[in-house]
Design a protein around this ligand. Sequence first.
Ligand SMILES: Cc1ncc(COP(=O)(O)O)c(C=O)c1O
Length: 377
Amino acid sequence: MKVLAQVYDVADEDIDHLTAGLRDLLARRRFLTLGEHVERFEQAFAAQHGELLATATSSGTSALEAILNALDVRGGEVIVPANTFAATAFAVLHAGARPVFADIGTDLTLDPDDAARRVTRHTRAVVTVHIGGLISPGTLELAELCRDRGIPLVEDAAHAHGSTLHGRTAGTFGTAAAFSFFSTKVITTGEGGMVLTADPHLHEAVRVLRDQGKSGGGNHHEVVGSNWRLTEMQAMLGLTQVRRLPGFVARRREIAERYRTKLAGVPGLEVVPAPDGAAPNFYKLIALVDGVEPEVLRAELRAQHDVALGGYVYEVPLHQQPVLRHLADGPLPVAEDLCRRHICPPIYPSLTDEQLDHVVAAVDERMSSHLLGPGGA
Ligand SMILES: Cc1ncc(COP(=O)(O)O)c(C=O)c1O
């Protein structure tokens, strides 16, 4: 039985709907960007995420850049966790600031105490990443720290569509949140992003920056902006995906629960638990492995069982990346440890129970063979 690492989900009826919709859209011969579909996509996404103010962008990276530019972090420092996608730090650099890497806690999200230690008079923002779709309880401590110190908290919610902490969605803890609709994400538009904020001034600034700094209609530019626009075609797909989001998340949670139960007895493997109050969307299920290199396990599972593991979150922390290590300020032991020894079993709504059971049996067989010797299972 073959199990793929990642599959996006588009219902057949959505494909029919989109095909007809695309024909209509093109037949009208109007603008194909920032039109009515983008507006409807923004409204529909906001309706599922705390009724915040929403701005669709061309990517999750541009959503982050738009927020950081709107917050005017230029010339300052921005604290980011070490285990995130490079785009988080690159957005800081493109916004003209210096990323300051901080360590993470055992739930793999930014450690509030370590973040607090790294605050200086140059700190312009703290970015927390809801890794794998988990909004950590630590987010509340980060929000308090940022409130006390007068620093904006930015949520990199690229993984966190539909996730909650105590019933609250991403974007409601800090100043603004950036989502990604890249092809691997919980909902996708191929490429795309979204900014959510409750702050009308920030919202307006992000919208101006998204469209080449235009304000007041026509070609009037008061700030340096960029082309961070989303197309109508992407928004059409986004609208169908937003409608599916609750169903996708419900199925991901079921799958995560089944994995948790079934993986419980596997030697050398421990699924990272969701803390109390957190309801992740399970973009990723994260398991720590001992006694086997994740890359060895990945290769064996593929070669011997036709099972592809999901991508890591993340295998090399940012302060050890060739392009960023000149910015490192000493070791970050928890990030270094957890990045090096985790795996993410495949998880997506169309994964069947049979496929999941096959993954579990394969992982069990490989881990037992490494830890207990041949026939040890
Ligand atoms: C944590 C994180 N931040 C930012 C991004 C950037 O999003 P995008 O690929 O849509 O630019 C990603 C996407 O892959 C991500 O995983």
